[in-house]
Design a binder for this molecule. Structure first.
Ligand code: ADP
Ligand code: ASP
Ligand code: MG
Length: 440
């Protein structure tokens, strides 16, 4: 069994769907995980915003526009009768929902899930229409979140095994990103979550390989949206890939490496439009030398707690982190001095009550609009740290942290300096990376 995941651009038009279907046609045992066509999830999020802010009529109007665009995009793919009844039912269900029920947070997920539902339906219909036998699986019967809002691989394994349509061989098509919550309501993973669905299903089905098909030839050594002449990295270890995904490399969802790593399943990142390009293979061991890659994570906030009571005292940090735990606030980067501790958090929703509690321990200061830059590589190699620091010397660095694994260094700086810092770091490491690519 193998997992083949297609992102939104790989399914964004009739032409792209044909290319994706050709990739699947070569396989006999696979689960195909489909994202929504490109732009659809954003448009559906907009529908939910209109529903909340302007009411049902405007939301339905926006959904009808989206529906017309969807039908237009697949118009010359296959005859209407092959996809229309199922797609029309899905659209109608959501229109009825918007009309009949006042907006609430839970039902927003139900609306947003529509993108993956209609896209996977059309993809499966196209495979069948072109003579490839394939079965559509409903991801919401397979992926259920637990009490902590997390998917559980053992539970997915049980659900897959007891799924009457699934027989561990054959070609299956299902939806990425969508699932059910602990109460059984349709729900979605965080944005970009189809990669996570792919690795969860890979782990649950005992797949020998997970392929992530996207619009670029693998994980690059810097963010191609901000830096020119980035290069694909042939091989990455799970640790390196997880760090890059976690610290902003959009090509992979931050949680998607874990299920694959736990079962030792390699992940291949491939380009749908350049099928012969090698792409990136992610597995336990990778020939790591030099600086491997740079990534940046946006929307970061820094909380600094300063207290004379911290000096030479034990238990102070424990108290700080207990407060973060009590407020269910996840922390990314942490640095400490004798009298202060600085931590980064992603969301500032709920930050005021958190700050009030932290103020019991000392003075608290919040900085918003920050970015974390992460450089992944062999940081302990003599000279590397100095070279990295030299490149960022002109930037307004607010925090620096050398990862415990010594294979990454992270900086926090003002968001406005992000692009310049990524470019400065890239110039420094390009020769090293070129050497690596040549020997890769
Ligand atoms: P998909 O729709 O296939 O899931 P995404 O848009 O989520 O695709 O991810 C692919 C995009 O990620 C690329 O087009 C690229 O702009 C962006 N990206 C950000 N960082 C990197 C990186 N280090 N390597 C490759 N792509 C990256
Ligand atoms: N369609 C979802 C999103 O745009 C999930 C995904 O593409 O992975 O976030
Ligand atoms: Mg993605």
């Amino acid at each position: 069994m193998q997992i083949i995941k297609f992102g939104g651009t790989s399914l964004g038009s009739a032409e792209r769907i044909r290319i994706a279907a050709d990739i699947v046609r070569e396989q006999n045992d696979c689960i195909v995980v489909c994202s929504a066509m490109s732009g659809m999830t954003n448009a559906l999020v907009r529908v939910t915003e209109l529903w909340e802010q302007k009411g049902a009529l405007e939301a339905i109007e926006a959904l009808q526009t989206l529906r017309a665009d969807f039908y237009l995009r697949i118009a010359d793919l296959l005859p209407e009768e092959n996809y229309m009844p199922a797609a029309a039912t899905l659209f109608d269900e959501v229109i009825t929902l918007l009309k009949d029920i006042p907006c609430n947070e839970l039902l927003k997920h139900r609306v947003i899930a529509l993108g993956e539902q209609v896209t996977s339906g059309v993809f499966n219909s196209y495979l069948v229409f072109t003579g490839k036998s394939s079965v559509l699986l409903d991801a919401t019967t397979l992926l259920h979140l637990d009490k902590t809002q997390e998917p559980d691989v053992e539970d997915i394994t049980r659900r897959l095994q007891s799924c009457s349509e699934y027989t561990s061989s054959g070609v299956y098509v299902t939806q990425g990103f969508i699932c059910r919550d602990v109460h059984g309501s349709i729900c979605t993973l965080s944005r970009g979550g189809s990669d996570f669905t792919a690795t969860l299903l890979g782990a649950a089905s005992g797949a020998e390989k997970i392929e992530i098909w996207t619009d670029i030839d693998g994980m690059h050594n810097n963010d191609p949206r901000f830096v020119q002449q980035t290069e694909p990295i042939r091989e990455l270890s799970y640790t390196e890939a997880a760090e890059l995904a976690y610290f902003g490399a959009k090509i992979l969802h931050p949680s998607c490496v874990r299920p694959a790593r736990e079962k030792g399943i390699p992940i291949a990142i491939k380009n749908t439009l350049q099928r012969d390009a090698r792409g990136t293979t992610i597995q336990s061991e990778a020939p790591a030398f030099g600086i491997r890659a740079i990534a940046a994570k946006d929307n970061i906030n820094v909380l600094r707690i300063t207290s004379g009571r911290m000096f030479n005292a034990y238990g102070f940090l424990a108290k700080v982190f207990e407060i973060f735990r009590d407020h269910k606030m996840a922390v990314d980067v942490v640095t400490t001095s004798e009298v202060s501790v600085s931590v980064t958090i992603e969301s500032i929703s709920g930050v005021l009550p958190l700050m009030l509690d932290l103020e019991k321990l000392g003075r608290v200061n919040l900085e918003t609009k920050r970015t974390i830059i992460c450089v992944v590589g062999d940081m302990l190699r003599p000279g590397h740290m100095a070279e990295v620091m030299q490149q960022v010397k002109d930037f307004d660095i607010r925090m620096v942290s050398l990862g415990a694994s010594s294979n990454n260094i992270t900086f926090v700086l003002p968001a406005a300096q992000k692009a310049a810092a990524l470019n400065a770091l890239h110039h420094l490491f390009l020769p090293v990376n070129e050497k690596m690519v040549m020997s890769g």
